[in-house]
Design a protein around this ligand. Structure first.
Ligand SMILES: Cc1cc2nc3c(=O)[nH]c(=O)nc-3n(C[C@H](O)[C@H](O)[C@H](O)COP(=O)(O)O)c2cc1C
Length: 282
């Protein structure tokens, strides 16, 4: 049994590289609506400057979701939180999506939000499909939606209990502890050390590139640009792997290597025919 308090207004801000965090944000929103609340999701790539503050002022509870990158908050969400004005005790929840493990993946964003004045009462980690499909690290992944169904079902169940805790006003902070913090640091600190070196790792395989502009359209940080009708990179990659996974001809390289054809097409999101354009509004 869970008790539902009064109808709350809830806003969920998310960053998603390849669709998993989008999927979870929509799932949480559906659950909140079923529990009688009024919720709305916002891709941080489409929220105009200033609108986020107005939304936060207007709602009772604010959620923040991001994919884990090396036990750390994905960069666009880090910048989004850093740019928010200070608030005074606004109730908040934070969640991360991850393939396997992050230690304190939600806590690290929760700490940033706490410093901004949010009253972070809920935190959760959701296991989702792996989106790391680069050739240099041969991690298992699949685009087979029958196989993904089980992963998504388990994530959905966790989302149901998370939303019930929030709805009931019951504090729930999974992985918010000193031990989780130290475990997260084991991955986060080395990742932070090399992060700036990774900015140039994404390139273009000229032999295969058809200059269709999909990477220009989809990159969340504008790392691609046209010059003389040919696409170039600026060296500002944040390694979300959206361009790498969604390039229609797999012409994006990572550390000079294109995707291995033997591994099938790269991960293309949690639902069939997922269009990452909905994350950017372009
Ligand atoms: C650069 C990078 C680093 C990642 N690091 C981790 C990690 O430390 N632990 C983990 O379980 N998953 C890790 N992942 C996997 C993603 O967090 C996971 O697939 C996530 O759900 C992707 O969400 P998105 O589709 O919204 O971008 C990493 C992915 C990328 C691209």
């Amino acid at each position: 049994m869970h008790s539902t308090r009064s109808r709350e207004k809830i806003a969920i801000f998310y960053f998603s590289g390849t669709g998993n965090t989008w999927w979870m944000s929509e799932e949480l929103s559906r659950q909140f609506d079923q529990l009688g609340h009024q919720s709305q999701t916002y891709s941080i790539e489409t929220v105009p400057e200033g609108k986020a503050t107005a939304v936060i002022d207007d709602v009772d509870i604010v959620g923040f979701g991001y994919p884990i990158h090396g036990s750390d908050v994905a960069k666009p969400m880090e910048s989004f939180i850093n740019n928010l004005p200070q608030v005074s005790g606004k109730k908040a929840f934070v969640f991360c999506t991850q393939w396997l493990w992050s230690g304190d993946g939600a806590q690290v964003g929760g700490t940033m939000l706490h410093e901004k004045g949010f009253n972070v009462q809920w935190g959760e980690h959701f296991l989702m499909p792996n989106n790391v499909t680069v050739s240099i690290i041969s991690l298992p992944y699949t685009n087979d939606h029958n196989r993904l169904a089980g992963v998504l079902d388990r994530a959905r169940k966790r989302a149901v209990s998370f939303c019930r805790a929030i709805s009931a006003g019951r504090v729930f902070l999974r992985g918010f502890s000193q031990v989780a913090f130290y475990l997260g640091c084991m991955q986060r600190l080395p990742f932070r050390k090399v992060f700036h070196k990774l900015k140039n790792d994404i390139g273009i395989d000229r032999d295969n590139c058809i200059d269709c502009g999909e990477c220009v359209r989809l990159c969340p940080v504008g790392n691609f640009f046209y010059q003389d009708q040919v696409i170039h990179t600026k060296g500002e990659c944040i390694i979300c792997l959206r361009c790498y996974n969604f390039c229609p001809v797999a012409a994006i390289t990572h550390m000079g290597r294109p995707h291995l054809h033997e591994r099938g097409e790269p991960y293309r999101g949690p639902v069939k025919d997922f269009d990452p354009g909905l994350l950017t509004g372009k």
